[in-house]
Ligand binder design. Structure first.
Ligand code: ACO
Length: 327
């Protein structure tokens, strides 16, 4: 039987502080009605001043390790998917390794914006399939709130902070990760970007004045591409696995916009009770949204052995990705 990887534990963590649409109404020219109708978001979590991205990772990781029945010292790789790491260098995975007290193992970050978790899942899956790693901790974690212009209503109402983690281990059964598909189109880099602080625009008084250190998004154009791309992606993913939409038990989409998610579900003829949703509570948590949603459906026992689960994401790059899992 082929060697594949299996998720053996999940965990998630969101900061305590809640900011509702009504809180934003008081500071911005926006309304609960606009945000709810256009996005489906009602509130989001914001990390405390002294909370770092790796702190969020740590809490989610502890829960995933406990669920898998593993100790941090047993891990042989840590991958953190993020676009809002503790520092540009070293990696957030290095901080997480230290905080977990894991032994000397490979630890690195991946950045594919909102598709980051699925990129990380694919990399982890391949390390396991080749036999190079046996116990991988993969975390999707974001502190987006530190990279938002809180005066820009077109972006700040959309994002939130949080972390989700999974443990991957090898299996020779028919269950586990059946496929992963990754795509990007760098020609469309400026649809969603954070232009300041890199080597193109190193931090300076000028870049700060020009607000280059905040997330920028061409929302409406991104929306149209996301709907079209994701509809094709989910159908292609099922075809590649010789599955019909009716065989799916659950869709776990990236949580950017309820209208994008509903369009994908409609294309699959999937009722919304088979779609994992949490963007009403947390907003768009970028690479954390899928692992948080996965952890929720696992803990709520909404998925069971042998269920087919489809994961999909779209984000900055532009990037898009899917994974099909037999649970
Ligand atoms: N409150 C009130 N009005 C607003 C707000 C707000 N918070 N934000 C924008 N508006 C206004 C606009 O100014 C515009 O006004 P105008 O018509 O007078 O110019 C109007 O509302 C409509 O704006 P649109 O941008 O056309 O609104 P749209 O329906 O497209 O919704 C949104 C915007 C929610 C951003 C949507 O386009 C979207 O979800 N896009 C895709 C996001 C996505 O999937 N991103 C990928 C992942 S993110 C990542 O990778 C980091």
């Amino acid at each position: 039987m082929t060697l594949r990887s299996k998720i053996t534990g999940t965990g998630s963590y969101v900061p305590k502080k809640v900011i509702s649409n009504f809180d934003l109404e008081k500071k911005l020219n926006t309304s609960d009605e606009w945000i709810t109708e256009r996005t489906g978001i009602k509130e989001r979590r914001i990390a405390a001043r002294n909370e770092t991205n790796s702190d969020l990772c740590l809490e989610a990781s502890k829960k995933a390790l406990e669920a898998a029945g593993l100790k941090a010292k047993e891990l042989d790789m840590i991958i953190v998917a993020t676009m809002s790491g503790d520092m540009p260098m070293p990696s957030t995975a290095a901080f997480l390794q230290s905080k977990l007290g894991a032994k000397e193992i490979a630890a690195f970050d991946m950045n594919a914006a909102c598709s980051g978790f699925l990129y990380g899942l694919s990399v982890a899956d391949n390390f396991i399939k080749t036999g190079t790693a046996k116990k991988i901790l993969l975390v999707g974690s974001e502190v987006n709130s530190r990279f938002l212009d809180w005066e820009d209503r077109t972006t700040c109402v959309l994002f939130g902070d949080g972390a989700g983690a999974v443990i991957l281990e090898p299996t020779r059964s028919k269950r586990g990760i059946l496929s992963t598909s990754l795509y990007s189109d760098g020609d469309m880099w400026d649809y969603i970007c954070l232009p300041g602080g890199g080597s193109t625009h190193p931090a300076s008084a000028k870049t700060i004045k020009e607000k280059k250190h905040y997330i920028k998004m061409r929302g409406n154009e991104t929306f149209k591409i996301a709907v079209r791309t994701l509809e094709k992606l989910v159908i292609d993913t099922l075809k590649e696995n010789n599955l019909k939409p009716s065989q799916l038990s659950m869709l776990i989409p990236h949580q950017a916009n309820l209208r994008i998610i509903s369009a994908t579900a409609k294309r699959l003829k999937l009722p919304m009770d088979k779609v994992a949703l949490n963007l009403d509570k947390y907003g768009n948590t970028s690479s954390a949204s899928i692992p948080i949603a996965l952890d929720e459906v696992v803990r709520e026992k909404r998925i069971k052995k042998d269920d087919y689960i489809l994961l999909e994401a779209f984000g900055g790059g532009l990037t898009w990705a899917s994974a099909l899992i037999k649970w």
